[in-house]
Design a protein around this ligand. Structure first.
Ligand code: GLU
Length: 478
């Protein structure tokens, strides 16, 4: 049975890159009737962020990704927080020390800093020079017993060799062992580093596929060597391509949001974000773009994940969200906009009007968060246009003529609705001799207040004669 894990560090919010890793793991686990495991990699005690674990899990749930095993959920391979597995790591490190694959290192930070500076000055790649590797075993054992501060380092083979990785995405990748150094595997605070903990846990938790970002590729030789030292078979690996800004730099906060919760708060649907993120690196065999989670489970494969970076195209995300919103059942859309409306003065007001407004807005809504500002037209006593394009058109002389005539026509009518709108407008045309765009635009701008506003006919039908007259009057008076 396949077992895949998402193993974030609790250093902050769930990044869209993290969501993609979790999603690909989950899709594959579901497709193969395997398990999806959440493991918290919290061995770096300096970087812990309060509440991060809960947030990470919460955002995965929001996206529709359920965990089979993890902290607070349980499973046969726990504990699932690395900080609760220290005894396990200790035992494994001892094994490496006993078998001479690791050694204690007593070098001070100062010595290491100087060494690095020296190497840089000589144009060499900074790396540990192996000073403590040369210590006699008895001497280092005695220094450890006397309580001297130290770390533990793993040994890189003395004779350089080529380490081979058969990556599910990249195919054969070879890395020279000489490119790595004697990596610290236990820090001076007794906590393991990522490199040790990840290998021990992936093995003990019987992970079959390690899926993670490309930035972890250089760590691969260390991990492969650890598997060898422990006498374990390594799992399969898949290193996902980077996610890029449109200028092909690494996706960063500076060019927009990267936290999943920010996208949720901006009114992107979970379905949209998951669909959009699935296409960051992966593509289906045909040119379909819209997928439900169930369809993704069916279609996903590592073979169809690209090696090259995937551009995070915010325009496409907007387009996709609009598609999803358009396809929502109307009651569902009302339910989803409610938390956004709850933060406004319209909260708890006329529920029926809210439903009607949402129905009219639905075809053009790009995000849920836009709803409140669009509701002003429906709920406010005296709503006004603010868009400069709208204002300048309404101020034109011919617009004023159209609006004046429209008001005049309405004065003699009993009602205004979807059916009689066209004939009223026809009368305005005959009286003013203005037609086409110059006739319709002032009316549409005056009554919807927007250049890209909702369908005029539907709005007119909802508002009726009085409100349309009032809106035309205030536009006329601009
Ligand atoms: N804790 C690592 C991270 O935060 C996990 C890397 C891995 O999946 O091996 O990305």
């Amino acid at each position: 049975m396949v077992r895949l894990r998402f193993a974030p560090s609790p250093t902050g919010f769930l990044h869209v890159g993290g969501l993609r890793t979790a999603l690909f793991c989950w899709l594959y686990a579901r497709q193969q009737s395997g398990k999806f495991i959440f493991r918290l990699e919290d061995t770096d005690q300096k970087r812990l962020v309060e509440g991060a674990e809960k947030d990470l899990i919460h955002m995965l749930e929001w996206a529709g990704i359920e965990l089979d095993e993890g902290p607070g959920i349980g499973g046969d391979f726990g504990p699932y927080r690395q900080s609760e597995r220290l005894e396990i790591y200790k035992h494994h490190v001892q094994k490496l020390l006993d078998e001479d694959h690791a050694y204690p290192c007593f070098c001070s930070t100062e010595r290491l800093d100087n060494l690095r500076d020296e190497q840089r000055a000589n144009d060499e790649t900074p790396r540990y020079d192996g000073l403590c590797r040369k210590l006699r075993k008895e001497e280092s054992a005695q220094r450890v017993t006397s309580g001297e501060t130290h770390v533990v380092r793993m040994k890189i083979p003395e004779i350089p060799e080529t380490l081979l990785l058969n990556d599910l995405i990249r195919g054969n990748v070879s890395i020279e062992s000489s490119q790595t150094e004697d990596q610290v595997i236990v820090k001076s605070d007794g906590f393991p580093t990522y490199h040790l903990a990840v290998v021990v846990d992936d093995h003990l938790m019987q992970i079959t596929h390690v899926v993670r970002g490309e930035e972890w590729l250089p760590s691969f030789p260390k991990h492969l060597l650890l598997y060898r030292y422990f006498g374990w078979d390594p799992p399969a690996f898949a290193h996902l391509p980077l996610i890029l800004n449109p200028d092909r730099t690494k996706l960063s906060k500076r060019q927009g949001d990267v936290a999943v919760e920010d996208f949720r708060d901006q009114g992107f649907l979970a379905e949209t974000l998951v669909n959009f993120i699935s296409l960051l690196g992966w593509s289906p065999a045909d040119d379909r773009e819209l997928f439900t989670l169930a369809e993704l489970v069916e279609e996903f494969s590592f073979e169809r994940v690209n090696k090259s970076g995937a551009v995070f195209d915010r325009e496409k995300l907007n387009w996709m969200n609009q598609q999803y919103i358009q396809n929502l059942d109307q009651q569902d859309l009302v339910r989803r906009v409610t938390p956004f409306v709850a933060k406004t003065a319209y909260a708890g007001q006329d529920a029926e009007l809210l439903e009607k407004a949402v129905k009219i807005l639905q075809p053009r809504l790009v995000t849920l968060a836009e709803t409140p500002k669009r509701l002003a037209l429906f709920f406010d006593e005296d709503p006004h246009a603010t868009d400069p394009e709208v204002l300048s058109l309404l101020k034109e002389e011919s617009s004023k003529q159209v609006l004046a005539e429209f008001i005049k026509q309405l004065e003699t009518m009993e009602s205004l609705n979807e059916e009689n709108l066209a004939s009223v407008v026809k009368n305005v045309q005959t009286a003013t001799n203005i037609k086409g765009k110059n006739l319709w635009m002032p009316l549409r701008y005056a009554i919807t207040l927007e250049a890209q506003g909702p369908d005029l006919k539907l709005i007119v039908d909802l508002f009726g004669r009085e409100k349309c007259m009032r809106l035309a009057q205030s536009a006329y008076e601009l």
